[in-house]
Design a protein around this ligand. Structure first.
Ligand code: HEC
Length: 145
């Protein structure tokens, strides 16, 4: 076989592999984000019930760990397929990373509130946290397609 044919096959195989990789990372980030939604529901339940906020600290720490790693779950090339990620994530990467850094900062405040045992403080920080999720979703997440 001529070398250029081999090169063509290699490039085609690489293209398929990277498309498969992009779908894996999309599934991984979507699973992770759904878990974040469940954490928020659990925190809201404690807020509504005026329950003990301190056991929520471990949950919030898991969220902090997830969001620290979130930008890496949006590599170049993962904007198409089964995803609602908008192209702005890559065309305005600095803005996307800033929205994510705000999320981590806000979750640190939520952790402090949870550790305090003060339900009013938890509720205020929880509401602020929901707003911070929305501040990334509005510019960077599109409608379901
Ligand atoms: C820095 C940006 C950013 C932040 C902060 C953020 N999200 Fe998202 N979220 C996204 C993007 C982008 C998607 C679409 C992902 C995809 O479809 O590939 C998404 C999707 C989701 C989904 C849908 C997952 C699915 O496909 O089923 C849930 C649930 C979700 N986010 C919850 C949250 C919650 C709760 C918070 C706050 C605690 C939050 N997100 C904060 C960017 C963000």
């Amino acid at each position: 076989m001529k070398p250029w044919i081999l090169a063509g096959i290699a490039i085609a195989a690489f293209g398929t592999a990277s498309a498969a990789f992009a779908q894996d990372v999309i599934a991984q980030r979507r699973d992770g984000l759904r878990a974040m939604g469940r954490h928020m529901e659990a925190i809201k339940a404690v807020s509504d019930a005026r329950g003990d906020t301190r056991p929520l600290v471990a949950r919030v720490e898991e969220m902090i760990t997830f969001y620290r790693g979130l930008p890496a779950l949006f590599p170049a090339g993962s904007g198409t397929g089964d995803t609602r990620a908008l192209p702005a994530i890559w065309s305005d990467r600095a803005g996307f990373e800033r929205a994510n850094a705000n999320m981590v900062t806000q979750l640190e405040a939520l952790r402090t509130a949870a550790a305090s045992g003060d339900n009013a403080a938890l509720t205020a920080a929880f509401n602020q946290t929901g707003a911070t999720c929305g501040a990334c979703h509005r510019p960077y997440r599109g409608p379901a397609r």
